[in-house]
Design a binder for this molecule. Structure first.
Ligand code: APR
Length: 236
């Protein structure tokens, strides 16, 4: 069996690496106001406060390490491609845990916390530890134009053409650790269903998009994902 596999991950796959989710009871948006910190308007109004928030989140990433679910997805990519299948891992997460685990066919639709972008010359570079309102761009050297390379609410996610192309031809779609509440990612399952794909959801709980899925695996990603990968690859 081969075909085209699209995997979508959300904050739930990073939770067991010690990174918070967004909408669980102890989630990031329960502690911080996303409208004051994760919109272009917030950055225009209070750039220092927004930089401070992302500098702290970036510092928190320094000690985060992937777990068995990230490793299982990297193995799935290798084995599936070796069988002649097609594979794309789409993450909503801005951490680098999938990279650390070895995933390569990977797109970050909401950007990457360890990168920064210059609004003057559009260079994307590895973020310095502390980006300030006067930090010069490493390329054009202009100060005050750097922002976190993350997609804020109201902005267009990255790599959408590639993602839609993969969804419209996929035979298997798997959503892992995402609440299915934020579009366009929340609409990916519907696109895959229309493409005739088999849909699997791996989560701790039911989500808004659960009714669209064919299969549901309930459990923590660190255990449920390796078990699902093993069984999926054993189908031959
Ligand atoms: N294993 C599996 N699933 C888990 C685990 C776990 N250990 N822990 C939490 N989850 C599930 C929760 O049940 C929930 O469905 O992960 C999901 C986390 O949902 P959210 O916090 O809404 O995160 P996500 O779906 O990734 O949010 C999407 O919203 O704020 C924006 O840009 C942000 O990318 C983010 C987007």
């Amino acid at each position: 069996m081969t075909g085209s596999l699209v995997i979508l991950t959300g904050a739930g796959i990073s939770a067991e690496s010690g990174l918070g989710t967004f909408r669980d009871t102890d989630g990031l948006w329960a502690k911080f106001d996303w409208q004051a910190l994760a919109t272009p308007e917030a950055f225009a109004a209070e750039p220092f406060k927004v930089h401070e928030f992302y500098n702290a989140r970036r510092a928190n990433l320094a000690t985060a390490r992937p777990h068995a679910a990230h490793a299982a997805l990297a193995r799935l990519e290798r084995d599936w491609l070796a069988r002649g299948g097609d594979f794309l891992l789409v993450t909503q997460n801005v951490d680098d845990l999938h990279e650390q685990a070895g995933s390569q066919r990977l797109v970050h639709m909401h950007g990457e916390l360890k990168k920064m972008r210059c609004e003057a010359c559009h260079t994307v570079a590895t973020a310095s530890d502390e980006i300030g309102t006067d930090t010069p761009c490493p390329r054009c050297r202009q100060p005050g134009f750097l922002r976190p390379h993350v997609v804020w609410f109201g902005e267009i996610p990255l790599e959408m053409d590639l993602i839609f192309q993969a969804l419209e031809s996929c035979t298997h779609f798997v959503a892992i650790g995402t609440s299915g509440t934020v579009y366009p990612a929340a609409g990916f399952s519907e696109i895959a269903r229309r493409a005739g794909a088999h849909l699997t959801e791996i989560n701790l709980a039911e989500t808004d998009t659960s009714p669209v899925f064919d299969s549901h695996i309930t459990g923590p990603a660190s255990a449920a994902v390796p078990a699902w990968v093993e069984a999926f690859l054993a189908q031959g």
